[in-house]
Ligand binder design. Structure first.
Ligand code: MGD
Ligand code: MGD
Ligand code: MO
Length: 771
């Protein structure tokens, strides 16, 4: 087999096997532009999808009539007319549209044990799944099973469990609002709140922080605010790769004279310049626009110290210039200012410098940018959240915004960059292992069910429960849990202990191979595909990072006639599991308008859903904090006063390793071994290090090293024979790729504030390889 490794089972996470030599160069070109166009062309060619791909792109993100780009959660252009495409969105769409197929003949040719030796690239590259498949232990093959047979198997197993809490229902953030609503309804009618989701690994910290501070779990800014902000701070995001359409917003901001400050241990491509993707003239003339006015290379985990330093400087300035603070806003809308002021005053500059890794002068420069801007927007992503103190750091962002009243007005506010295209909508529509009692009351009344009241399991607790045997059935609605979750070995142990694992997927992935005693792969329609039910062609809805809810309509012929839609699969599972159900599952599947009608009754903000969602560009969910209505205990925006965490390792030998995505991957889907903007080719098994830290360890550029992580409980995990490459970053830090490096993240090392695994804060020692 072309892409099999050396015959040993894979931990997973690898790209294609290649003989081409690796290389690392400085990347001097602007982000997006022609490099991106060339890369798109290569992907299209590789998937033989040139014509279909082009047609699909023209249909993507178009007001009423297109499908929502599954690439990321960045909102569509406000005027709805700009063809705002990005390289990675195109790659993602083409990935779904491949003509290759993982059909029953394929599964007949390969045992699961053999497939375990394949790379993840090779697994997904087999193509789209075409029929439901069940694991047959006697032959070690996946064999075809009918849909009704699959549903019966799930129903029988789920009904046989000692308690509904022995099952856990995972969601990856691709699921539409309608499917999400049915999925959580099923889980709760069945009797559990065990609804872990990818958000538990992404923005759980943001949701908790914003909820506590502002009474809403989401950002308050929209695209118009991005277009009018005088200063934009971007923390812990690799926008050029992971939210490429942000490049347009950043270059527009630069052109109109706004300040754009990037805060990141690495100077990422979005922190330099871009050729705006849809501006044909700029593309033709190779005309690049800067996307940054100031870069701060903060220490990994040092953002809280930096933000507090900015606040301290603004408070100092306010002693001589009262306009540095918005006193009216502080007085009228906030709670806890005096305590926060005192905390900032008492924190020494020396400590702020040490913890942030930045000089007082640089912090003061950022503070001046902040205090000179009349409206400031702060945006962030995983660089802030996947830490022990992620919640405190996001709350510090809010503290800073409150000082100058940067909330509830144009051009200002918190604006987290969400991950999966509908991860925000999933939470809005009920995927929450800690639902509020009000939510459950309303759901129960609208749907005639009696939902369970206890909190359920999230991602890390599901792993623990599978390992100790208290969860015996795992259902994955999309995603690739085996690789995405922390501690690859522990997660695999948990999944293998299950009596039943079920994955609703579009392509073959590692999670299908790391399976329970009985296992099912259920293939579903993708976002680009036509979904015809008894009531005719159906549309679904999604919510972007900025709370816009809009329709997505697929038009492509499905990859196989046997595929079912996600709502139909959920309805099938529900009816097989709940023989006495009163929920009209079939009626919902016949016509998704009926799902939207019940959502309008059960969910806050979805009144008149069917009509409003058909409005061109959809509708914006009400954001109380945006209107200065704070659903907090004090009915005001609340300051927080967190202690400054110590993020400097006590031992010089220890580095703090953060795991991140390359440019050529989508979470666990790896397109190639290249990371264009970081100048790396043909290599993923790498660790980027500060050159001084390499020298101190006797490591030369490109040397093979072993990486040893020490968990909180003292246990040790090792990755061997990775290549060390020098990269400009603060001393004491290192970086490498997810999902491979999940091998190093201990399952029990999650934040006590958010339960998020510490994927950006792994304590490691790096030594010359002994292999
Ligand atoms: N093409 C593409 N798009 C995607 C995805 C994808 O895989 N591919 N994934 C989607 C998903 S699910 C998500 S959640 C988002 C993820 O989007 P990102 O958050 O951009 O994802 P990462 O690749 O983890 O990059 C983390 C960034 O934070 C920086 N960082 C690390 N530690 C720190 C720190 O302590 N402080 C600061 N200030 N910065 C730090 C890293 O250097 C890096 O630039 O993207 C979404 N969009
Ligand atoms: N070390 C480390 N680990 C991380 C992270 C990190 O930064 N560092 N980031 C975390 C984050 S932010 C996230 S979001 C998770 C990602 O976790 P997941 O969401 O679980 O993983 P994905 O790789 O996005 O899932 C890819 C699979 O989804 C399936 N799929 C694609 N489209 C569809 C569809 O339309 N419907 C269905 N049903 N299935 C579909 C395909 O079979 C594909 O193989 O990873 C987390 N893991
Ligand atoms: Mo994510």
């Amino acid at each position: 087999m072309p892409d099999a490794r050396d015959g040993t089972p894979n931990d997973g996470g690898d790209g294609p096997v290649t003989d081409a030599p690796w290389s690392q160069l400085d990347y001097h070109h602007p982000a997006a532009g022609w490099g991106a166009a060339k890369s798109v062309a290569q992907v299209l060619r590789r998937q033989h999808a040139v014509v279909a791909g082009t047609r699909a792109m023209l249909r993507m993100n178009h007001e009423n009539g297109g499908f929502d780009c599954p690439g990321c959660a960045w909102p569509d252009a406000i005027d709805g007319l700009k063809l705002d495409l990005c390289e990675n969105g195109v790659k993602h769409v083409v990935w779904e549209m491949t003509p290759k197929r993982a059909d029953p003949e394929f599964f007949a040719q390969h045992t699961v044990t053999e497939l375990e030796t394949w790379t993840d690239f090779a697994l997904e590259d087999v193509g789209r799944l075409t029929e439901p498949m069940a694991y047959d232990a006697a032959t070690d093959h996946y064999v075809p099973i009918s849909w009704s047979g699959a549903f019966d198997l799930i129903g029988t197993r789920l009904r046989a469990l000692g308690s509904p809490d022995q099952a856990s229902f995972y969601t990856s953030g691709r699921l539409s609002n309608e499917a999400t609503f049915l999925y959580q309804l099923f889980a709760r009618e069945y009797g559990t709140n065990n609804l872990p989701d990818c958000s538990n690994m992404c923005h759980e910290a943001s949701g908790r922080a914003l909820q506590a501070a502002l009474g809403t779990g989401k950002g308050t800014a929209d695209l118009r605010d991005w277009e009018t902000a005088e200063a934009i701070f971007v923390l812990g995001v690799n926008a050029a790769s992971n939210a490429p359409r942000m490049l347009t917003a950043l270059s527009d901001a630069y052109r109109r004279g706004a300040q754009v400050v990037h805060i990141n241990p690495l100077v990422e491509a979005a922190a330099t310049r871009t050729i705006v993707p849809h501006e044909v003239v700029d593309m033709a003339l190779f005309k690049a626009t800067p996307t940054s006015t100031f870069n701060l290379q903060v220490r990994v985990g040092g953002d809280l110290a930096l933000l507090r330093g900015i606040a301290k400087a603004v408070l100092e300035e306010a002693r001589t210039d009262r306009k540095a603070l918005d006193e009216v806003f502080l007085e009228r809308y906030t709670d806890g200012f005096a305590a926060y002021q005192k905390l900032c005053e008492e924190t020494e500059w020396a400590e702020l410098e040490r913890q942030s890794g930045l000089s007082e002068a640089d912090i003061r420069r950022a503070a001046t940018i902040y205090s000179q801007s009349r409206c400031t927007l702060i945006s962030w992503c995983l660089g802030l959240t996947q830490h022990e103190h992620g919640v405190d750091t996001v709350r510090e962002i809010v503290n800073l915004l409150l000082l100058r009243g940067n909330l509830g007005r144009e051009g200002a506010g918190p604006s987290p960059v969400r991950g999966h295209s509908n991860v925000q909508g999933n939470r809005t529509c009920g995927i929450d292992h800690r639902p509020s009692q009000e939510f459950l009351d309303r759901l129960g009344a609208a749907c005639g069910i009696d939902p369970p009241r206890d909190h359920g399991l999230d991602t890390v607790r599901t792993i623990a429960a599978m390992r100790d045997g208290s969860v015996k059935a795992f259902v994955g609605m999309g995603g690739n849990f085996a690789l995405a979750a922390p501690d690859t070995a522990a997660t695999a142990e948990g999944l293998r202990r299950c009596e039943l694992t079920v994955h609703v997927s579009t392509k073959l992935n590692r999670s299908h191979l790391v399976h329970g005693r009985q296992a099912l792969i259920l293939p579903c329609l993708g976002r680009t595909e036509l979904d015809v039910q008894a009531g005719g062609p159906q549309s679904v809805s999604v919510e972007d990072s900025m709370s816009m809810v809009h329709l997505s309509i697929g038009r492509k012929r499905p990859a196989s006639p046997h595929l079912l839609s996600e709502p139909a699969i959920i309805a099938g599972i529900a009816q097989a599991t709940l023989p006495a159900t009163q929920t009209p599952w079939n009626s919902y599947v016949e016509d998704y308008d009926r799902i939207r009608d019940i959502m309008a009754k059960a969910l806050d903000g979805f009144e008149d859903f069917n009509r409003r969602v058909r409005h061109p560009l959809g509708f914006r969910l009400r954001q109380p904090a945006r209107e200065l209505v704070f659903l907090t205990p004090s009915r005001r925006a609340e300051f927080s006063t967190a202690d400054l965490p110590d993020v400097v390792p006590a031992d010089d030998d220890v580095l703090i390793l953060q795991t991140m995505r390359s440019h050529d991957q989508w979470n666990t889907t790896i397109y190639s071994d290249n990371d264009r903007y970081r100048g790396v080719r043909n290599l993923r098994t790498l660790i980027l290090m500060n050159p001084g830290d390499m020298a101190a360890r006797g490591i030369q550029q490109g040397d093979l090293v072993d990486i040893t992580a020490t968990a909180r409980d003292g246990s040790v995990r090792v990755l061997r024979a990775y290549r060390a490459l020098g990269y400009a970053m603060p001393s004491g830090n290192a970086a490498g790729y997810m999902p491979e490096m999940n091998v190093l993240v201990a399952a029990d090392d999650y934040s006590t504030q958010s339960d998020q695994p510490l994927m950006k804060n792994i304590k490691v020692r790096v030594t010359p390889s002994t292999q």
